[in-house]
Design a binder for this molecule. Structure first.
Ligand code: FE2
Length: 261
């Protein structure tokens, strides 16, 4: 049975403790089954226009696609239970939404000449970066559809130490003539997150992560949004103002939540 939009959105201390130790947990998709279908349709309606649009330089294109969906997504990320969870995870009263994204990120991968559609091990942030990211799949990201792979607990470890460990595991595959620049090898403690549209991953991109290989045909669309404490990232501020020019008429609370004031 699919969860309704209001069910299961209260984030528990147990989930937050799991996040602190391991870097992730899962909640029912806050959109609910109906909402997922609506966003799925909206994404397909928007894509041709988005593809044909040249956004100003420096705009993140996947953020623009997310923002083009408009109110249903704006309201989803402003859901009081999610905001409360983000505040408790980050340990602060003041949070803002600093980065969003919608679309097929894996389509971009492989354009640099690598033989397969797969993202290498990396971290976006490190132990000092305070951030919480929500990630939903519009298409099921199973083993054949380049699932996200995370290394639990690695967000709390020195980045050099984790990088050295991943390099040794990569070398142990016996497939290299020289020291590789990118590592993909399986870590014995990694978790391959099979993300079904019914569930939403709550995680910190400070956790080391990679993807599996995309061998399945068809789309692999993801949707994400990130909360930050005061002073944190405001990557998509200009894109937000551009796509929602009426922002200056928004209530002050909403402007603050989007890092506009
Ligand atoms: Fe990443």
């Amino acid at each position: 049975m699919s969860p309704s939009p209001e069910q299961g959105l209260v984030i528990t201390d147990g989930q937050i403790n799991h996040f602190k130790r391991n870097g992730f947990f899962l909640i029912p998709n806050p959109l609910g089954a109906e909402g997922v279908r609506a966003v799925d349709r909206a994404q397909q309606d928007i894509e041709p226009e988005w593809e044909a649009t040249e956004f100003p330089q420096g705009f993140n294109r996947l953020a623009c696609q997310w923002l083009m969906v408009g109110e249903p997504l704006l309201q989803m990320v402003e859901h009081p239970e999610l905001l409360d969870g983000a505040r408790r995870i980050l340990g602060t009263e003041t949070v803002h939404i600093g980065a969003v994204g919608l679309g097929s990120a894996v389509a971009v991968i492989g354009e640099d000449g690598r033989p397969q559609q797969q993202v290498q091990w990396h971290t976006d942030g490190g132990p000092d970066a305070q951030q919480v990211s929500f990630r939903t799949a519009l298409d099921r990201h199973d083993t054949s559809n380049a699932p996200l792979r995370v290394l639990p607990g690695s967000q709390n470890r020195p980045p050099d130490e984790v990088a050295d460990e991943l390099l040794q595991l990569e070398l142990a595959t016996g497939t290299h003539d020289e020291t590789p620049e990118m590592c993909f090898a399986r870590h014995p403690h990694e978790v391959e997150v099979v993300l079904d549209p019914r569930w939403t991953l709550v995680w910190t991109p400070s956790t080391w992560h990679a993807t599996g290989v995309k061998t399945a045909a068809g789309p692999r669309r993801a949707m994400g949004w990130n909360y930050y404490p005061a002073g944190g990232r405001t990557r998509d501020l200009e894109a937000l103002k551009h796509i929602h020019p009426g922002w200056s008429d928004w209530p002050e609370d909403r402007q603050r939540l989007w890092g506009l004031v």
